[in-house]
Ligand binder design. Structure first.
Ligand code: ATP
Ligand code: MG
Length: 563
């Protein structure tokens, strides 16, 4: 559930909006989230979504979802649908949905107007020549020999570009601004190119496509966007944005403001790189639970609420926004702590026979699904003569400070008795096969007499436990900046080299019978082990499949502390 508190962190864009509302410049703000449908949304987009939708929500304004679909080769309907679904799942509803491609005819007409006004011309330079004419940061560019074409000739050529008379790449339409401008983006930027590519919405209707800067500014103006928020790499494009908005002569003039991109350590946040992981088969798809995509994180068990909390925590500013994975995992844990009921799972079982427990009986104790949330109810924890405990909770030779089970040692079974280990059964190689333990019958719901038993371990009745597949996920990369590691030769190394080979393992585990009643995407805490979720696709009540969302503690930090 959304509430205004979630978006009420202070930052410079809010200050601007408050001033604009207070001065009466706008009665109501209108923002937009403008993804290009060339991949699935990732954690960086979550930041932009929470900002744009969050501000509209906070100020009772409007936010549009607009697809910036001007590069037909890379875009598809599949991506459009995935993006819509992700935005909704994150908890947001757009005011209007638009596609930049809806505006192609209008954009064309504005270009014709600009030609009429002597502010655009058709150029025949090819990409290489254009680069040479453009100049550098320190050197002014040169006018193209085609810059002085007459308005009539330009109108005729542009119309014939549209009609498909010229081959791909042979001509462009450029704005006539200033080839000596200090800002290279103002050196007669190209606004149309010829490209014979089938568009996912307009099909083969167009062979010329408008460029991003031109399209984006006009789309914002058409939709009456008040605050057009984008990442810092567009800062140098703002003069061009303003030029376009001014010269097309629309009454409404949107303004662009920039904030820093989120960079998440141990991850890559670029659709192009994520696409490579998918295409080369390093992950099972865009929604692989190890992916930093919205659909991957959802499948992993991250919650929309947790992602919104994360987004609030990282803040909005113009300074670098490099964030450790532990911040994301911390926000997810914090949300799950409150909303995930508890259950018991034994991931790596050893059998324990309770030698002084009657085979004919089953004692069942009530156990709450969540200690702090009685409204989540209770379930029965049946105790039988044989139980499973976690192999990790037993040590033949315990290290110092060990509080779990050892030969001759005592431990409490969660929600049940204190037991003492009397016998260890091992195979020929010394591997522990099972244990024989004795119950202290006086310890149900009360402390043992005359001694302290500190350890508490989880367990399951062998008669009641049900099998489940459990997928243990870990970080996808082994280094903080997989796409910024340089080799001895100074060149960037391929980030594929840094994929964590142990980022997923699937095990056969045992869980409580409640697993056989769960729908997909049910969040649970496996007591003492971590947060888990039933898999969105592979889980069924008959054959439960759980994904580990996050461990209870930050195990990566613990490792770093040891080093
Ligand atoms: P990518 O490089 O992954 O393709 P992009 O910026 O090209 O990202 P778009 O689909 O064009 O992706 O982005 C939609 C919006 O999301 C833009 O306003 C963009 O600035 C914003 N955005 C993208 N990545 C991030 C990020 N890492 N942090 C914050 N905002 C982002
Ligand atoms: Mg892009």
């Amino acid at each position: 559930m959304l509430n205004k508190d979630q978006f009420a962190d202070n930052h410079f864009i809010r200050t601007i909006i408050e001033e604009d509302l207070a001065s009466g410049k706008y009665q109501r703000i209108v923002t937009r989230f403008p993804p290009e449908p060339n991949g699935y949304l990732h954690i960086g987009h979550v930041k932009a979504i929470c900002l744009n939708f969050g501000l509209a929500y906070l100020y009772d304004g409007l936010c549009n979802l607009r697809f910036d679909d001007t590069n037909p080769e890379k875009e598809s309907d599949e991506y459009v649908r995935a993006i819509e679904e992700d935005v909704r799942w994150l908890g947001f509803q757009w005011h209007e949905q638009h596609f930049a491609s809806e505006y192609f005819e209008q954009l064309y007409q504005y270009a014709v107007d600009l030609i009429h006004a002597g502010k655009a011309y058709v150029d025949d330079l090819d990409a290489e020549e254009m680069r040479r004419y453009r100049g550098t940061l320190t050197e002014a560019g040169k006018d193209s020999p085609y810059r002085q074409r007459s308005i009539e000739e330009n109108l005729d050529l542009f119309q014939r570009m549209r009609a498909g008379e010229f081959p791909d790449g042979s001509k462009t339409l450029r704005l006539k601004i200033d080839m000596a401008a200090g800002n290279i983006n103002l050196r007669d930027p190209v606004i149309y190119r010829i490209r014979r590519a089938r568009h996912h919405r307009t099909g083969d209707q167009w062979v010329i496509y408008p460029m991003y800067d031109y399209t984006h500014a006009i789309s914002d103006a058409i939709e009456h966007i008040t605050h057009s928020l984008c990442t810092l790499e567009f800062e140098a494009h703002r003069p061009l944005y303003n030029w376009v908005v001014e010269h097309i002569g629309m009454a409404h003039q949107p303004h662009q403001y920039e904030f820093s991109r989120l960079e998440l350590l141990y991850s890559v946040t670029s659709k192009r790189k994520l696409n490579q992981l998918v295409v080369q088969g390093h992950v099972s798809g865009w929604d692989d639970p190890r992916m930093p995509t919205v659909s991957g994180m959802r499948r992993r068990g991250y919650t929309a609420q947790g992602l919104r909390l994360f987004s609030k925590r990282i803040g909005i500013s113009k300074s670098e926004n490099v964030v450790d994975m532990s911040v994301l995992e911390g926000a997810i844990r914090e949300d799950l702590e409150n909303v995930a009921p508890r259950m018991i799972a034994v991931l790596n079982p050893i059998k324990v026979e309770l030698v002084n427990y009657d085979e004919a009986i089953t004692e069942s104790r009530q156990a709450p699904f969540h200690q702090q949330h009685p409204e989540m109810g209770e379930r029965l924890m049946p105790l039988t003569k044989t139980i499973y405990i976690e192999a990790d909770d037993f040590a033949l030779e315990p290290p110092k400070g060990w509080q779990r089970l050892t030969p001759g040692g005592e431990v409490r079974l969660r929600y049940s008795y204190v037991i003492k280990c009397e016998e260890v059964i091992q195979d020929a190689s010394g591997r522990v096969i099972s244990l024989k333990c004795r119950i202290d019958h006086d310890t149900l719901g009360q402390k043992p007499q005359g001694r302290k038993v500190k350890g508490v371990i989880h367990w399951l009745s062998t008669e009641h436990a049900v099998p489940a597949k459990v997928r243990l996920y870990d970080r996808l990369f082994t280094v903080p900046r997989p796409d910024a590691v340089r080799g001895d030769d100074g060149q960037y190394r391929d980030y594929i080299e840094f994929i964590n080979p142990e980022s997923v393992t699937e095990i056969d585990a045992l869980v409580e019978p409640v697993a056989n009643t769960l729908p997909a995407e049910a969040h649970y805490q496996f007591e003492r082990l971590g947060y888990f979720v039933t898999d969105r696709y592979d889980h069924s009540a008959e054959n439960p499949v759980f994904n580990r969302t996050v461990t209870l503690r930050d195990t990566w930090q613990a490792q770093a502390d040891k080093k």
